[in-house]
Design a protein around this ligand. Structure first.
Ligand SMILES: *Cc1c(COP(=O)(O)O)cnc(C)c1O
Length: 391
């Protein structure tokens, strides 16, 4: 898949700021990863999944989502998720349209009773907290912050009815172990968008584990999936019974009743569902979440050990226990322009290694999701060395 971009002179308008133009630095083809997609979302979709979609396209795409052809795929999604995450009795798999960003609003209407606590340690976790803070029907949330590149700890408190955690902060490459805070009786709800399917999780520690499918599940965006505990399902009923106004698209009780019938409230993207189920069943066939997490850990091992040994690269996250196995952020010495490196990689078919814009650091950010072959992660390190040498 790299062939068509390799060696082509690209429309790099600001090439002039590089010592040598990116078009001049051609990484030897034998060094290149087999697949050059390292973006943190949308992320690499396995070609086999696209092939399987093509195979069923004539009978599946363009058919009713209220009929068995599509509902059977939603049913596989729901039972497959229950298997992959070893859901305890009474937990349910719920889905709807709009992605994780939309689920923040769903939580604002249907899960938070009055007062929530948020850990804020990067772009995504801070946006969730801001969405809640703006809601007129809720008390001001408690927001516990820490510096980018670290994560804070939740604090169990009376009166907090939801603890909003983020399993992996995609903007900074920090992951945290998910545990119920001591002495907490509020719900633990976790934005697991880039973590779900790539990091270990004990679901008994969580009441709502929600994510979008374009990261570890190697599909396309636009959908949210939420794994919900019986306590969380009860909370939705209690809030609904209080007659709080909520738009139907953000009313979790509506999504729950549709999901129980293997449907969504409004029309879902059928291709997204198919690719998601293909990836889910691929993970299950290979050994489930343990297998997927260890594959990500292998990629992470290659990338962090390369950076630690490098004279110009350093893992941004100093504490090894907070370093993510699904998204690596690698600081680059100030003498080398990381954006220029990413641009040259791009002109060689290795895409989306640019840093998260708002973090504003001289770094590369690399996804290590289960679909990404650890050998490709290793090849990427060698390619970065090659480019830096050549600059
Ligand atoms: C990508 C991401 C989101 C946003 O997902 P959308 O599908 O674009 O809404 C939210 N939270 C985290 C942690 C993410 O990585």
């Amino acid at each position: 898949m790299l062939a068509h971009v390799t060696n082509e002179v690209n429309i790099d308008k600001d090439n002039s700021d590089l010592g040598r133009s990116s078009a001049e630095i051609a990484i030897p083809p034998e060094m290149l990863p087999a697949d050059g997609r390292f973006g943190s979302g949308p992320s690499k979709v396995r070609p086999e999944a696209v092939d399987s979609l093509r195979d069923v396209a004539g009978k599946y795409l363009g058919t009713s989502h209220r009929r068995d052809g599509v509902r059977s795929v939603v049913s596989r999604l729901r039972s497959g998720m229950a298997d992959l995450f070893g859901l305890p009795a009474g937990y349910e798999v719920v889905l709807g349209n709009g992605g994780a960003t939309c689920f923040w609003d769903v939580a604002t209407f249907s899960l938070i009773e009055r007062h929530s606590q948020h850990l804020s340690f990067g772009e995504f976790s801070s946006k969730f907290a801001s969405a809640v803070a703006a809601a007129p029907h809720l008390d001001d949330p408690e927001v516990i912050k820490s510096e980018p590149g670290t994560h804070p700890a939740p604090v169990g408190r009376p009166g907090v009815d939801v603890y909003a955690l983020t399993h992996n902060e995609t903007s900074t490459g920090v992951s945290m172990e998910i545990r119920r805070p001591q002495g907490a009786d509020g719900l633990v709800i976790v934005d697991a968008t880039s973590a779900a399917g790539g990091l270990a999780i004990k679901m008994s520690e969580v009441d709502v584990y929600f994510f979008s499918p374009q990261k570890c599940f190697a599909s396309d965006g636009g959908l949210w999936v939420a794994l919900m505990s019986p306590r969380a399902l009860d909370r939705v009923d209690v809030i609904k019974a209080s007659r709080r106004w909520m738009p139907p698209t953000l009313d979790l009780s509506v999504a729950i009743s549709n999901s129980r019938q293997d449907q969504t409230y409004n029309t879902p993207a059928l291709a997204t569902l198919w690719l998601l189920v293909d990836q889910l069943e691929w993970m299950l066939a290979n050994g489930g979440l343990d297998w997927a997490a260890s594959r990500c850990a292998t990629s992470a091992g290659f990338i962090y050990s390369w950076a630690e040994a490098s004279s110009y690269a350093t893992p941004f996250v100093a504490d090894r226990f907070q370093r993510s196995n699904v998204v690596a952020t690698i600081d680059i010495d100030e003498s080398i322009d990381a954006i220029a490196v990413a641009k040259i990689l791009r002109s060689n078919g290795i895409v989306d290694t640019e840093p998260y814009r708002k973090l504003g650091r001289n770094q590369l950010r690399v996804a290590m999701f289960p679909a990404i072959d650890p050998e490709d992660a290793k090849a990427l390190c060698a390619c970065v060395d090659y480019v830096v040498d050549a600059l």
